[in-house]
Design a protein around this ligand. Structure first.
Ligand SMILES: C[S@@+](CC[C@H](N)C(=O)[O-])C[C@H]1O[C@@H](n2cnc3c(N)ncnc32)[C@H](O)[C@@H]1O
Length: 252
C-alpha cells in the first residue's frame, strides 16, 4: 500500500512525526476555542480537507455549518461521510458539504447566502493561506471583508505561519509531506513575522479580536512526542520560537 502524505505510523518513536501531530491537533482545537465565546450559529469552513469539524459542530442544536473545499476533495469527502454514517444533526442544525474555490468571490458570496439573512457568520480555515501567493491572499481578504462588513461576524484563521528559514535537519522528516511543502513553496508564502501579518490584515480592514491559547491538556500526541524527543531536538524547538498563531479577526 502507498503511504499517505502524513505516513501515520502511530507506533513510531519519531519526534518529528509526533511534533507534527501535536501541531495539527493544536491547530484544530485552536479554532474550536475561538468559536466558543462568540455567536456561532452560522459557520462556513474553507478548505476543510478531510477534517470533520462540521460533523462535530452540528451535534449542537441550531448550528448551520457549511463545509467547503475544492470540488475533487468534496467529492471524496462525501463518500467518507456516507461511510461514517454519523447520524442526524441535533434539532435545528444542518450540515452542508459543498465545493467552493475560496478565490471565487461570486461563488463565495452565493454560498454565504445559504445562511439565514441578517445573521452574523463565522468563517474558519486552517491550512490554506500558506498555499496562496500574496495577491491571492489579498483577494481572499477582500472577499471576506465584503461579506463580514455586510453581515457582521468573524473570521478565524489558524494560518498565521511565520517563515523562520530552513527546518533544522534534526527536526526534519524526509517524507511526501515535506516534498509537497517544498514543491508548493509553502515556506516562502508564510508571513515574515507576526507584525507583518498583523499589518497585512489591518491594511485589508481587519483587526485582531482574539488569539487562541493552546490547551496542552487536549493534545493527545504530547506524550509520545516528549517520549521520543532527544535533548538536541527539544533545544532546537525552544530556540526556534513560535511559528504559528490562530487569530480571530473582525472588521475594524
Ligand atoms: C493542507 S490541506 C488542509 C485541510 C484541512 N483544513 C486540515 O487542516 O486538515 C489544504 C486544503 O486546501 C484546499 N485548497 C487549496 N486551494 C484552495 C482554494 N483555492 N479554495 C478552497 N480550498 C483550497 C485543498 O484542497 C486542501 O484540502
Amino acid at each position: 500500500m502507498q503511504p499517505t502524505a502524513y505516513e501515520p505510523d502511530f507506533t513510531k518513536n519519531d519526534f518529528a512525526f509526533w511534533a507534527r501531530v501535536v501541531h495539527f491537533e493544536s491547530r484544530y482545537w485552536s479554532i474550536n476555542e475561538l468559536l466558543t465565546d462568540i455567536p456561532s450559529q452560522n459557520i462556513l469552513e474553507l478548505s476543510s480537507g478531510f477534517s470533520f469539524r462540521g460533523l462535530a459542530q452540528v451535534q449542537q442544536p441550531n448550528v448551520h455549518y457549511i463545509d467547503t473545499d475544492l470540488p475533487e476533495v468534496i467529492e471524496d469527502k462525501k463518500q467518507f461521510m456516507k461511510a461514517l454514517d454519523a447520524g442526524e444533526p441535533a434539532t435545528g442544525s444542518k450540515l452542508e458539504t459543498i465545493p467552493l474555490n475560496a478565490l471565487d468571490e461570486e461563488q463565495f458570496i452565493e454560498i454565504t447566502d445559504h445562511f439565514a439573512p441578517n445573521q452574523p457568520i463565522v468563517i474558519v480555515n486552517e491550512g490554506l493561506l500558506m498555499y496562496l501567493s500574496l495577491p491571492e491572499k489579498q483577494k481572499l481578504f477582500k472577499t471576506i471583508h465584503t461579506i463580514l462588513s455586510k453581515r457582521g461576524g468573524y473570521w478565524i484563521t489558524a494560518d498565521i505561519y511565520i517563515n523562520r528559514g530552513p527546518v533544522p535537519e534534526a527536526l526534519k522528516r524526509s517524507d511526501r509531506l515535506t516534498k509537497f511543502f517544498e514543491k508548493h513553496k509553502v515556506h516562502e508564502q508564510m508571513f515574515e513575522s507576526f507584525e507583518v501579518a498583523k499589518q497585512l490584515f489591518n491594511n485589508a480592514g481587519f483587526v485582531v479580536d482574539k488569539e487562541a491559547v493552546t490547551d496542552y491538556a487536549k493534545i493527545t500526541a504530547i506524550e509520545p512526542m516528549m517520549k521520543s524527543a532527544t535533548e538536541e531536538q527539544l533545544a532546537l524547538v525552544r530556540q526556534g520560537g513560535r511559528i504559528q498563531a490562530t487569530w480571530r479577526l473582525k472588521v475594524g
